[in-house]
Every structure is written in C-alpha cells, then in structure tokens.
Ligand binder design. Sequence first.
Ligand SMILES: Cc1ncc(COP(=O)(O)O)c(C=O)c1O
Length: 432
Amino acid sequence: MKMMQKNNAERAKRYFFASQQTYYEEPLTLVGGDGSRVRDDAGNEYLDAFAGICTNTLGYGDTEVAEAVAEQARQLIHVSTLYLTEPMLDLAEKVAEIAPEGMTKSFFSNSGSEANEVATLIARTSSPKKSVDLLSLDHAYHGRTAYTVALAGQSQWRNFATQMPHVAFVPNPYCYRCPLGMTYPSCEIACAKYAKRVVESQTDGAPAAMIAETISGVGGIIAPPPEYFKVLRETLAPYGTLLIADEVQAGWGRLGDGWFGMVSSYDVVPDIITSAKGLGSGFPIGITITRPELADTFKGPHINTFGGNPVATRAANVTLNVIEKRDLIANCKRRGEELIASLRELATSFDVIGDVRGRGLMVGVELVHDRKSKAVAPELTSKVLEEMRKRKVLVGKGGRYGNVLRIQPPFIFSSDDVREFVHALKESLGTL
Ligand SMILES: Cc1ncc(COP(=O)(O)O)c(C=O)c1O
C-alpha cells in the first residue's frame, strides 16, 4: 500500500501542473469516508476537521445526498442554463425564502470564484457612476480566476498578473495583529472607518462595491468584532458603494446563528451574497444572490454551461433540507463553543498558541514562537499538520504567514469529535 501512495505522488508530479500542491510531505490519497471520517488508500481512517476545504457540509457518504444524486443522474445529468429544470428552480426558490428579505434572485455557477466574478459584474453594472473600482480587504481571498486574484489581499495569492480591475484595500479587522496598532474595543472599529480614507484617496470616489469575507478564511480565520460590518456599512453609505458578502466559507449556517453569517452573526444585510463550497455538500456549485433591481441591471446575455446543473442543484436542495431537518446550524454553534473553550483551555499550557478565534465551526488557532513576541511560526504549523496526520486527524492551515490552523469540519461534528480533535492537537503540540 505504501508503494501505491508513493506511486501516486509520482503520478501527480508527472501529470499535474506544478502549481497544484498537496498537503503533507507524503501526499494523502483518499478513497472513501463515512460521517466525519475519511479513509486513505492504506485503510487508515482520519477524523476530518477540514472537510475538503470547508465543503463537505454533511460529511462523507450522506445517504440522502447520495441517493438523490444517483436518482438525478439516472434521470437527467445536464442541460445548461439555456433550459429550465425543477432542481434548479427549487433551489432558487428555497434560497429566496431563506435569504434576507428582497434578495430573491440567484445566478448559479460552479465555484466561489465564478460567484464572485458575477457579483462584481453586477456591482459594476449597478453603479450609478459606472465605476469599475472595487474595495477589498487586506488578507482577503476570493478565488483563482484572474479577476478574483486581483481581489486577493495576500501576496502569496496574488502570484500572477493582476492588472485587471482597480482594487483598493481596506485594513482587515485583524485584532490579534491590528494593522493600525490599536486595541479593541477602545479602537472604536477604526479599521472600518479607515475605508473612508481609502475611498477618497485611492478610488474614483464612488467604488462600485466592497467585497468582504464575513470571516477571512484563507487569510487565517480572522473573525471581525461584532459591530464591524455595521460600522463598515455606515462608512461606505455616502459613496453608494455596495457591500458584497463572500460567504463561500461562512454560508449555510457554519457560523451557527443562521443561514448567512453576515446577516445572522453580524446583523448586517449586504447587497449581494456569494457562496459555493458547502452548498452542494461536496458537489461543485456557485451562487450569487441579490435583489432584482441589482440583478437585472445586467441584461446579458450571460451563460454558464454547468450553472444550475440538475445533479449539483439537487445535491444542494438535499443539503439545505438536511441542515434544517437535523438542526445542524445549532450543532455548529454548540460544537463551535465547545471547541473554542477547549482550545482556549489548551492555550494555557502551550505558549505557541497565540490566538484562538472564530465562530461556530469556523475556528482558527494562530501559532507563534511565543505569546510575548507573537513571532509567526509557519514551520511549527506544518509540523503540527504532520503530527495530527500521524494521530489520524486532518486539519487545514492558512494565514498570510501560513501559521494558522483552520478547523472547519462538517456540520455533523459531534462533542466526541471535538474532544478527539483537541486531544490530538494537545499531543501534537507536545512533540514540538
Ligand atoms: C472566501 C472564498 N471565496 C472564494 C473562494 C473561491 O472558491 P472556488 O475555489 O470554489 O473557486 C474561496 C475558496 O477557498 C474562498 O475561501
């Protein structure tokens, strides 16, 4: 079996682009899974706290999704956006029902990058001054198409030419390393107010939109303070700048308070919501949601061959239904609280845990050499990933310096899973 894994690493090297990099010194080949557990080709079973990058909402092998997908595949796999299908209409209708009032229109695509492309397109066509300027956040990640790479606020993800739209960056509400050298709450959310300065000095004065992840995921699970988006909204209001909530990671209940994190956890209704990842519980799908008066400013024609694909939208319909039926948003909240409390407890014994933050099942642990210096520890973070793997637990990593553990498991994560995760992390940190 070891041979087979080695062989797979060689095959990947030979046949994939060099840019496609895998986790771990020895790449992991996964073959199956059940619930929150995934199996490799050597028969090892892992507790998966990263869920295919924050995507396998219902975990592995969910029978309702699997059966609906199999049935749909037999009936009708694909037709394109030139035709209507029941699953595509059902999903759009359901989304209109659970989205904030008035946000009744959706455009389906296949990924988060595409969902964001559509959102920025709509922002530009809606802009009273026809502005092509956009705002984004430092540490942001919005996808890998040329346009969305231009929106990235991390140099390692701006790694090819990005001269397309004009994007100006607003400081991230990264309280652990405040970009303005201030402290919450005495800062009075100065980072959001700083957007005024950015608009007035670095744009045409009326940027079409500001895009923001509700919690910066790839940027290192940076969760803004509770009042952040309200202050940001007020700051941008005079310029007519729309707010796009990128809920590719934070959507569908992961933050534990309601379907959309910016709405339920931050009490702010954005103008456009984008999502992807968890919506299909593993099936490729992207969605851009907005009000008709914005959606319809672009008359098209616009097409997306696989957008609204019957199998993907059927998987999404089942996912939303199961989240409701099993009360999984509440599970995200409760498990998230347990996880954060246990990790903070663990931090009292390990000086390398600089910060524990997040909401619901979107939790980050920032690793440093010591809490006093806050010196970033990317090499320790990679080591922890390897040690966790040895202990049969998968976890993600992110952050501008690659020093943040990303814990974004399936919504079905149990209290036992939380305990197992924290125990494995404790042992892994103990080896450093
Ligand atoms: C917040 C956010 N937006 C957009 C994307 C891009 O999504 P995709 O990889 O499906 O294009 C990602 C992917 O990680 C993301 O985290």
